[in-house]
Design a protein around this ligand. Structure first.
Ligand code: 13P
Length: 233
């Protein structure tokens, strides 16, 4: 069983999600399918898949205009929330400690956080990939974490049609697995994300320590997303 998660980012509408839900209803799979969509779409009836949000406030409640708390997300019926996505880190200057606070809030509300880590091109070129990944996991995953998911998203490869080599993906995922295990969190699912599509999904998910994928662009249309779901058993 693999986890196939989609991240719609700021795309789609309730209509497109309804259509996706209809298409997913007939898909025969043992894989776990999750769609992380904008807050406004979280009320759609999800059969055969789970819904998630894409961010959560560091606060529980109060005068924080525009923010959405973990308990508010949980109230919609959503089960997951992405935290620390590359685009949040880049455009909203989210640090590992902010991401950890968000993950804690999610856990306290009964949500499963999908905690993203990954290196920028600058960090990759400076030979810092492994250090960034390890500190990302150590500092972003709460110490007392219950059930979480970690996603490795090499930031230079997102939306770029670029993919790391198999050896690079294996190395990153092994490091994440070892780091989680040293934190008492062995068995935590580790997803790979960045330019996943039907043509590379099965190969990527056959790599050791890859428990599933986090898909951006190719999760928006059922014709692209369903072949990824059915590409592995
Ligand atoms: P793409 O699949 O479009 O590269 O996006 C990956 C991503 O950011 C998923 O969270």
């Amino acid at each position: 069983m693999k986890i196939i998660a989609g991240n719609w980012k700021m795309n789609g509408s309730r209509d497109t999600l309804q259509n996706m839900a209809l298409a997913l209803k007939d898909v025969k799979t043992d894989n776990k399918v999750i769609l992380c969509v904008p807050y406004t779409m979280l009320c759609v009836n999800a059969i055969n898949f789970s819904l998630g949000a894409q961010d959560v406030s560091t606060h529980d409640k109060g005068a924080y205009t525009g923010e959405v708390s973990a308990s508010m997300i949980a109230e919609t019926g959503a089960k997951y929330v992405i935290v620390g996505h590359s685009e949040r880190r880049q455009y909203h200057e989210e640090t590992n400690s902010i991401v950890r606070q968000k993950a804690s809030n999610a856990l306290n509300a009964g949500l499963i956080p999908i905690i993203c880590v990954g290196e920028t091109m600058e960090e990759k070129q400076a030979g810092k990939t492994m250090a960034v990944i390890e500190s990302g996991v150590r500092e972003s995953v709460p110490n007392d974490a219950g059930k979480v998911i970690v996603a490795y998203e090499p930031r230079w490869a997102i939306g770029a049609g670029l993919t790391p080599t198999e050896t690079e993906i294996l190395g990153a995922h092994k490091l994440i697995a070892d780091t989680l295990s040293s934190m008492g969190l062995s068995g935590t699912p580790i997803l790979y994300g960045a330019s996943v599509k039907a043509s590379n999904a099965a190969d990527i998910m056959s790599i050791q320590f890859v428990d599933g994928v986090l898909v951006g662009g190719a999760s928006l249309k059922s014709d692209d997303f369903i072949p990824i779901i059915t590409s592995v058993k």
